[in-house]
Design a binder for this molecule. Structure first.
Ligand code: ATP
Ligand code: MG
Length: 770
């Protein structure tokens, strides 16, 4: 029956094909950047569907971003000829988690219309709890505790499980109590935070084996992309869904959508019970070491870049122990990048010690391939200007006679503050750009206010939303009233909106506040009634108009007000794509990378972290300076691991490029309002001479452009002439730093602030170490 190879398989190399066709049992694809891991996953799903092994609804597929999920869905559709009627379980851990939780909310003490809180809501809530404990919230900042909770949740820890030291570290030893109080408060609010989207299902599965069994029967195939960046909670969640004990999996190989002639016998059941892996300590006794199902994880240990957020690269290194009998497939051919780009990235990442080490090769080498180009600029303004020029040059086709699309270009920054300069510059140039995964539309003040109204209409127990808008626009419902409402609600354990409805019947409030509150309640009653009858976009408009919110901005004389009104219009417009207000709200709370005008040709600006898995013809990597990249935080840590994660980030950055990779560093940078004289990143020293070239200073900036500065600084003929550890730009930079300071000071009009990590900083040590 193998007579004809389906089209979707024919382009694959033998290893990729093996990964696609080994549908039964655990499979790990461990391979470097651009080797087709994601393509394998996509094709694998297409193959499972095309051969009738499962229905779309029986496949659980986890991607790292919502955008990646959308793209995967599209490609599968293309591969199997549009026959995919939705893949309900293809998404991020969070989006799948929320879906599971909505179906079983009552099993963890929530109602199915629970609210998902964003970071700001969480911080407000924690602040209240800290104050309620009689603690000083300046000494014990809510933001800090929110981060602690996040860390615990990433590790899958309930209040009872957090380490004693952690519990003692915050709020005079009240860490554990506060965490407990926080969880209780969430329950009262019928709300959960992002961590709960995974932890609640884990709790729920453990407490309800029958529910878990239903999911075991449902999910015939499990697939995970970017497996190297799963955290412990995600890992526990996956293992719960992936393991099967033989007596409780009657559906395997029975019924379902089986292809004709397809063998029914599963390959991995009934095998010997494997010994416990080292990770089994995370699991309760009943969940240890059971046979597993058809799970396929793909990843690259060199691209593990979320350690700071709790990702455990060990998860991928442990796969064979966790899933006994796993087939491990390596892919070594890179289909994305030129030889120069791969050579540069490979040489750089070889400086990391803690890695498996992989072979990568490409036959995408052409004589006119560009090397990786390193550029220097005076400061970030010039950097943005020069990048803008380069982009326009490519766009016009000056470089090679070909006009290049902006869609094929990306600027990948280490820290989001770097974006502003590029945005400003591109606005000036009239160059289309989009910020991916950055300060988002939905995070704007007016949007968040409007959303609070919508949330409260859909979910009357949402006290945080209530507090946000009860006096926005101003209605004379100040702090005193809100506190009275708050106390009343707490005493009776009811939501604040309900408390308000009761309180207006009493004479506990001043007449003016009582009247104003009465109106608010009436409005919400009316809007809630219309929820089922009025089209949701119309209702949204009514809410914004009747509440006086739109008028508030119409009467506002500030320069931003018109823009805010436009944004509100846009918000209502953006709801059209959804079936209900609830669906929309859920979407907003999940979507981390909102893109506007996805159709336009535009340069992408994003952080290196959000560039994972993506590829572009041309990649610009600005800000390769000590203290920014590697980031100061990693340097301060002192250990190897932080620095190695930075290096992996650099590896991710370079390997996003298909054909052109431009790296930049500046001599002076303003960080947190202070000017700093900077040193080129050590990562520049770690690039191999053969694949890298140093750009001639191409500055258009008067003062120092072609004159002395640029030319003397870069010995274009042989920038690496001196030694491996002291390439041309560094010597020049060091020689130049004194000479240029005055010049610079006059030009900018700012005081120069030299910060410690210069000549004698960690860089010095690094050079010795090499
Ligand atoms: P990353 O580690 O960056 O996530 P990856 O291993 O997931 O990379 P893909 O994004 O799947 O790699 O593939 C990289 C590029 O190579 C894509 O453009 C993909 O279409 C292409 N590609 C993968 N396999 C093949 C193949 N067999 N033939 C032609 N092109 C391929
Ligand atoms: Mg990928």
């Amino acid at each position: 029956d193998q007579a004809r190879t389906p089209d979707y398989l024919s382009g694959l190399n033998p290893e990729q094909r093996e990964a696609v066709e080994t549908t039964e049992g655990p499979v790990l694809v461990l391979a470097g950047a651009g080797t087709g891991k994601t393509r394998v996953l996509t094709t694998r799903i297409a193959h499972i569907l095309a051969t009738g092994r499962a229905f779309p609804s029986q496949i659980l597929a986890v991607t790292f971003t919502n955008k990646a999920a959308r793209e995967m869905k599209e490609r599968i559709g293309m591969l199997v000829g549009g026959a995919v009627e939705g893949m309900p379980w293809l998404g991020t851990f969070h989006s799948i988690g929320v879906k599971i939780l909505r179906r079983h909310a009552e099993l963890v003490g929530l109602r199915s219309d629970f609210t998902i809180l964003d970071t700001d809501d969480v911080i407000r809530l924690i602040k209240q709890l800290i104050q309620a404990e009689g603690l000083d919230d300046k000494r014990w900042p809510a933001r800090q505790f929110a981060a602690m909770i996040d860390t615990w949740k990433n590790k899958g820890l309930d209040p009872a499980q957090i380490p004693e030291g952690d519990a003692r570290a915050f709020a005079n030893g009240k860490g554990r109590e506060l965490y407990t109080a926080y969880q209780n408060r969430l329950k009262t609010l019928n709300a959960c935070d992002f961590g709960d989207l995974l932890l609640h299902p884990i709790r729920m599965f453990r407490a309800n084996p029958d529910v878990l069994r239903d999911y075991h029967q449902r999910f015939k195939y499990i697939l995970v992309d970017e497996y190297q960046d799963t955290n412990t909670a995600q890992y526990m969640w996956l293992r719960l869904l992936a393991q099967r004990s033989p007596p409780t999996s009657p559906q395997r190989g029975e019924g379902g959508a089986k292809a004709p002639g397809e063998g029914a016998a599963p390959t991995n059941l009934g095998g010997p019970s494997p010994s416990s892996g080292p990770s089994d300590h995370l699991l309760p006794a009943g969940e240890k070491g059971k046979p597993t199902v058809n799970i396929c994880c793909v990843g690259d240990d060199d691209q593990s870049i979320y350690g700071w957020r709790g990702a455990e690269v060990d998860n991928i290194l442990r796969f064979e122990k966790d899933f006994p009998g796993a087939k491990v497939i390596k892919l070594e051919r890179n289909y994305r990048s030129t030889e120069h780009i791969l050579g540069a990235a490979g040489h750089l990442i070889a400086h990391n010690e803690g890695r498996l080490g992989k072979t990568l090769f490409t036959d995408r080498a052409e004589p006119d391939d560009e090397k990786v180009i390193v550029h220097a600029a005076w400061d970030s303004e010039e950097e943005a200007r020069a990048v803008g020029e380069e982009i326009e040059r490519l766009q016009r086709g000056d470089a090679d006679g070909k006009k290049h699309a902006l869609n094929g270009m990306a600027i990948l920054v280490r820290a989001s503050f770097q974006m502003r300069e590029f945005e400003d510059r591109f606005v000036t140039l009239g160059l289309n750009y989009r910020v991916v995964g950055g300060p988002r539309f939905y995070e704007r003040l007016e949007i968040r206010d409007a959303m609070a109204y919508f949330r409260l209409v859909c979910q009357p127990a949402d006290d945080l939303a209530f507090e946000r808008i009860v006096n926005t626009p101003k209605r004379g419902l100040g702090d005193t009233t809100v506190r009275a409402l708050h106390d009343y609600a707490r005493a009776r354990d009811i939501p604040m909106l309900a408390a308000a409805a009761e309180m207006v019947e009493t004479d506990e409030l001043k007449p003016k506040a009582r009247k104003a509150l009465f109106d608010v309640i009436q409005y919400f009653r009316r809007w809630s009634e219309r929820l089922e009858t009025t089209p949701h976009t119309e209702l949204a408009e009514q809410i914004l108009d009747e509440s006086g919110y739109t008028d508030m901005w119409k009467n506002d004389k500030s320069a931003e007000a018109p823009g805010r009104l436009e944004n509100l219009k846009e918000l209502v417009r953006s709801m059209e794509a959804f079936e209900s207000m609830r669906g929309f709200l859920e979407h907003v709370s999940l979507v981390m990378d909102v893109e506007q005008n996805e159709d336009m040709d535009a340069v992408s600006i994003m952080t290196l972290h959000s560039a994972k898995g993506l590829e572009f013809e041309t990649v610009f990597l600005p800000g390769w300076e000590e203290g920014l990249f590697p980031h100061q935080r990693a340097l301060d840590e002192g250990g190897r691991s932080g620095l190695e994660e930075e290096r992996r980030l650099a590896y991710v950055g370079i390997t996003r490029a298909k054909r052109r990779c431009h790296i930049w560093f500046v001599s002076n940078r303003r960080i947190h309002g202070l000017w700093q004289s900077t040193m080129p990143s050590r990562f520049l020293d770690e690039l191999p001479q053969g694949h890298v070239e140093v750009a001639e200073a191409e500055s258009s900036y008067g003062g120092y452009g072609r004159g002395g500065y640029g030319q003397s600084r870069f010995d274009r003929a042989d920038p690496f002439a001196n030694s491996y550890s002291t390439p041309g730009w560094k010597r020049a930079q060091q020689n130049k730093s004194d000479a240029t300071r005055d010049n610079w000071g006059t030009r900018s009009g700012h005081a120069v602030e030299r910060i410690g990590y210069g000549e004698s900083g960690p860089r010095g040590r690094m050079i010795e170490g090499e």
